[in-house]
Design a protein around this ligand. Sequence first.
Ligand code: C5P
Length: 231
Amino acid sequence: MSELIVALDVSSTAAVEEAVDRLGDAVSFYKIGLELFSAEGPAVVKAVKERGKKVFLDLKLHDIPRTVERAVKSAGALRVDLMTIHASGGKAMIRAAKDAALTFGAAAPKILAVTLLTSLDQSDLDDLGVGRAVADQVRALGTLAVANGADGIVCSPKEVAAMRVALGPDALLVTPGVRPAGAAVGDQKRVATPAQAVRDGSTHLVVGRPILQAEDPYAAALAILAEMKER
Ligand code: C5P
């Protein structure tokens, strides 16, 4: 069963509390990103966890292994459920993140790797001296991450089917860029419907504006959950 994660792209803990309370029992998983965490810190994670919800802390860690290990330990102490690192940090960094997560036993946060930011294209890869095509780089970094202990990757709905084949049945595939049938696409370029994403093998769908900016966020969340079951 795929899970719905609502991206809390708001700027204060008060706005988070209002959104989480409004969505009530419809949503049990929330994403906290760099902007919100930089503004509000661990308090915002605690506010969501105190409401009995799961937290995806999306900080995209990329540093020397020892620093990433310590950051994962700090996040694990906040009882986050999912967190992100950059696969391009390399094998030792990925392993360090996973080993730190495992110290929390049954409560270990799952480690997701970001392969290539979707803001980068082929010319950026060329500038960086990466001599691979975008799709090959995404597959290579995803494979490297999972081979070194990552639980899965973040990827676009357009990459999900190929990454499911490349990474096998157990990898978590977390996909933003999901839009309910007929919804505004906004600045998302590579979108898919919830049913399509689930069908292609996505384990977690990350949805922000289509829910939080809806006139009735609760109804919007229920509609997306229903679409996820239509697979
Ligand atoms: O509002 P929307 O549904 O587009 O929000 C999707 C969330 O996923 C946002 O928090 C956004 O930053 C994140 N994300 C994304 N596309 C990526 C990576 C992350 O939309 N390629």
